[in-house]
Design a binder for this molecule. Structure first.
Ligand code: BES
Ligand code: ZN
Ligand code: ZN
Length: 529
């Protein structure tokens, strides 16, 4: 007893996570960890759901570990009569000299795969959720070096734990932060360690992209201004991509009157980011466009104050574009991508756009701004027009665009509006793999009529009534796109996670970054991108 207390005290003392200067931390919100740490090792093993009370259906790795431990793991698990159910765990101690804890997590029924109604690969989702729960429980126990079972899908296993361990507590005192945890794949019993390591790395990079999106979305708007967003993107992507930071004068010279009409209410200058990743020579890049409203007050059509803090995440589209580019470039996918990110604040002030004002977009179309809170479509209009100049093979935009998509789909799926059946099929396929779902929505003329019936200009920025709000917003964007492969993802409903996705903590979700990375991966296999 006394010895264990001594050990615990020394463990606390040795947990010495160094941190960079408070000033740098506050400015960037990015934290770095020291390597001088005392590591306490734990192991996560997977088992399949199994009705039997006298046998355990282990994964390959878990079975070999149990054999090596002379069946100790199965004996201990079988001492209680109730079999483990999907998503449940058992933690064992003192079963192996190397690991202070061995946590057994149930990954659901063997052989589970694509579920047509759920449009998801259930096997992969169960693995993500099961390992996520496992590593979080082990972190609670003070374990800080965790080896994780690949559970038959190394990539999903890596995604689950890297996503689960994310926390945005950079602005908190050291003692309130989650401790750093080192995770690795339990490759020791694998026939082909190299390919397992490779898959693990891919999963980790997919999660890293989504975690960058989450971090950017979570950052408070006083720290993450358009200017700061651009600085962070340069820092994160500059060694792999070309990052051009365009200012207000440039936007004026490009005649981006619609974008600038949103920015004009704020003292923070707007920024237009243009990023290029050239993993292949091609004349027709994939174009990504992201809504980058670093704070949306609604402008003169001001929002109610309750819950307005969530509007720091209104640059979610921009964040997901950045997160996707980080992963695409780290994976060195053979693809040419160009990204366009209009960044600004939507504020009320003496210089702000007023309801009824008319502005002119880059393509010459005039817009009556009847509601200054429908600002996302105004900044995207110019970004979409500009992206067309680069002869893209497809244009994919992401935007936390409407509350209406949240009413329609909630956090179940991102709403997708596209003029291409082929693109839809590819995106959906990508989302089945990632588990981060999409759902197709209509681009009917019915909705176009609602925004083209306008008193003073070619278009009105709202559809007249609240009905079909996500569809009228998409119909508005359609007026600025000629490309035959256009996808618009309304991600307002999936912006934050309040417990729906088991392997994402509460807070900004970074969805659907991994779906977009998978989609780009699929597109990189086509010849002309
Ligand atoms: N940024 C909001 C949409 C939003 C809502 C994002 C909830 C995330 C969570 C957008 O700019 C907006 O305010 N849209 C209005 C449009 C309306 C005025 C036509 C909306 O959805 O209410
Ligand atoms: Zn708004
Ligand atoms: Zn907005």
């Amino acid at each position: 007893m006394a010895a264990s207390i001594v050990k615990r005290v020394s463990r606390v003392k040795k947990l010495n996570v160094s941190h960079i200067s408070a000033r740098y931390k506050l400015l960037t919100g990015f934290r770095h960890f020291s390597t001088s740490k005392q590591w306490n090792k734990a192991l996560v093993l997977g088992v399949y759901e199994n009705e039997s009370t006298d046998s355990i259906d282990f994964t390959g790795t878990a079975r070999k570990f149990d054999e090596k431990a002379d069946g100790k793991i199965s004996q201990l698990l079988l001492t209680v009569k109730k079999p483990l159910k999907c998503g449940k765990t058992r933690t064992l101690h003192a079963v192996d000299p190397e690991f202070s804890s061995v946590l057994v997590t149930c990954i659901g029924k063997r052989g589970e795969g694509y579920d047509e109604l759920e449009t998801v690969d259930k096997g992969r989702e169960s693995i993500r959720a099961a390992v996520a729960k496992a590593v979080l429980q082990l972190r609670e126990l003070g374990e800080n070096e965790i080896e994780v079972d690949s559970c038959g899908d190394t990539e999903a296993s890596a995604e689950g734990c890297h996503l689960a361990l994310f926390s945005y507590d950079d602005l908190k005192a050291e003692k309130s932060r989650k401790p750093a945890v080192r995770i690795s794949c339990a490759t020791r019993y694998s026939q082909d360690k190299n390919s397992m390591e490779k898959e693990w790395r891919k999963g980790a990079i997919l999660a890293e992209g989504q975690n960058l999106s989450r971090r950017l979305m979570e950052m408070p708007a006083n720290l993450l201004t358009p200017t700061k967003f651009a600085e962070i993107i340069k820092e994160q992507l500059a060694d792999k991509c070309e990052v051009l930071v365009r200012d207000k004068d440039w936007a004026e010279s490009m005649k981006m009157g619609s974008f600038l009409s949103v920015a004009r209410g704020s003292v923070e200058p707007p920024v237009f980011l243009e990023i290029e990743y050239k993993g292949r020579q091609s004349d027709s890049p994939l174009a990504l466009v992201g809504k980058g409203v670093t704070f949306d007050t609604g402008g003169i059509s001001i929002k109610p104050s309750q819950g307005m803090d969530a509007m720091r995440g209104d640059m979610g589209g921009a964040a997901c574009v950045a997160g996707s580019l980080l992963s695409v470039s780290k994976l060195q996918l053979p693809v040419h991508v160009k990204a366009f990110i209009p960044l600004c604040e939507n504020m009320p002030s003496g210089s702000a756009t007023k309801p009824g004002d008319v502005v002119t977009a880059m393509n010459g179309k005039t817009i009556q701004v009847d509601n200054t809170d429908a600002e996302g479509r105004l900044i995207l209009a110019d970004a979409l027009c500009y992206s067309e100049q680069f002869n893209p093979s497809l244009i994919l935009d992401m935007a936390t665009l409407t509350g209406a998509i949240d009413v329609a789909l909630g956090a179940g799926a991102a709403g997708v509006f596209t003029n291409s059946e082929n693109m839809w099929n590819k995106l959906q396929k990508a989302s089945v793999r990632s588990g981060d779902r999409v759902w197709r929505m209509p681009l009917f003329n019915h909705y176009t009529k609602k925004i083209t019936e306008c008193q003073l200009a070619d278009l009105n920025n709202i559809g007249g009534s609240r009905s079909g709000g996500a569809c009228t917003a998409a119909a508005f964007l359609k007026e600025f796109v000629n490309n035959k492969n256009w996808l618009h993802l309304d991600i307002a409903g999936v912006m934050s996670n309040s417990g729906d996705v088991a392997y994402l903590g509460k807070g900004m979700s970074g969805r659907p970054t991994r779906t977009v990375i998978e989609f780009i991966n699929l597109m990189s296999k086509e010849t002309n991108n």
